[in-house]
Design a protein around this ligand. Structure first.
Ligand code: BTN
Length: 326
């Protein structure tokens, strides 16, 4: 029996569960149950023990740690090997180190805070403790290196849907990989890989989601927001992470079977905030404006320019709304 199994049962029941029931359910002694409950209490969970009634989990659970996340996880491989840290430089850095050491497909690194969180194009990703969800998943996909950029879109689709399920808010995707709520960014995704010319050794996808209000740096303050600012209820980081991993596992399976994004197209395009909107394509080879018309099965943005469809690849290009971020 793992203590997260006890935690999951207490949470699900929302009432007292007798020691006898816990012993029978997990096939262990009363002492083993008592020890597991004590360990959970030491980790900060408020568990009441009442004679003749049993154990009860008290209050909403804001603890963020391995046991809490595991107790909510119902995936086959995503996050089954879960490494939790209070503080790291960057979960992407650690994920790469773990991948080099042989970490299995689906390994997830989570941290409460990052001292050197990284965004796309070498930008800094502010990562204070207690207010955001920072994690990275290690993948060992049988893909060509040129197909890896599609993984970012698979994750964006999963995060968008998980946010909607957990918060009830309407999530949007700003191609290729920003998740927005009410026109402001709540989440960014950074995919990196180690590859040879025709094979990927591993890919890591890092996700940073703003949960509580933060003092965003001035350059991002106008376009950033957090889930609790936009919604009206507290958001559990563990619950959100478990839902993202569940969605991602399902999406990744469909993507790998199809070999491209075809099975995810309608879901992704349904959330695409730039769809049928005028966009400015900031291409180092030359800026242009057009109307975004959706994505191809390979993840390129289709932009209509003077009656022709131009395919825009992620990478060096970024896309802005005509009057601002979206
Ligand atoms: C972006 O929008 O520029 C991408 C931001 C990605 C941030 C996440 S936080 C977890 C993981 N670790 C990092 O250092 N970066 C990613």
């Amino acid at each position: 029996m793992k203590r997260e199994e006890i935690l999951a049962l207490l949470r699900e029941r929302g009432d007292y569960v007798s020691g006898q029931e816990l012993c029978e359910r997990f096939g262990v002694s009363r002492t083993a149950v008592w020890k597991a409950v004590n360990l959970l209490k030491k980790e900060g969970f408020k568990i009441e023990a009442v004679q003749n009634r049993g154990y009860r989990l008290c209050g909403p659970c804001g603890i963020f740690g391995r046991a809490e996340i595991n107790s909510r996880l119902d995936t086959r491989w995503a996050g089954r090997n879960l490494l939790f840290h209070q503080k790291v430089d960057s979960t992407n850095n650690l994920a790469k180190l773990e991948a080099e050491k042989g970490a299995p497909h689906g390994t997830v690194i989570v941290a409460d805070t990052q001292t050197a969180g990284r965004g796309r194009r070498g930008r800094y990703w502010l990562s204070p403790p207690g207010v955001s969800l920072y994690f990275t998943i290690v993948l060992r996909p049988q893909l060509q290196p040129g197909q890896a950029s599609m993984l970012t879109l698979v994750m964006a689709d999963a995060v968008g849907r998980a946010i909607e399920r957990v918060t009830g808010l309407k999530a949007g995707i700003k191609w290729p990989n920003d998740i927005v709520v009410n026109g402001r960014k709540v989440c960014g995704i950074l995919t990196e890989m180690s590859a040879e010319r025709d094979c990927i050794h591993y890919a890591v996808i890092g996700v940073g989601t703003n949960i509580l209000h933060q003092d965003f740096p001035p350059e991002t303050a106008v376009k950033a927001t957090s889930l609790e600012d936009e919604g009206d209820a507290p958001v559990s980081r563990s619950y959100l992470l478990a839902e993202i991993l569940t969605e991602f596992e399902a999406d990744y399976g469909k993507f790998i079977s199809a070999g491209d994004l075809t099975p995810l197209l309608s879901g992704y395009e349904g959330m695409l905030v730039n769809r049928d909107a005028e966009v400015k394509v900031l291409d180092p080879k030359g800026e242009f404006t057009g109307v975004a018309r959706g994505i191809t099965p390979q993840g390129e943005l289709k932009v209509e320019k003077e009656g022709q469809i131009v395919l825009v690849y992620a990478g060096e290009v970024s896309v802005r709304g005509i009057c601002g971020y979206v």
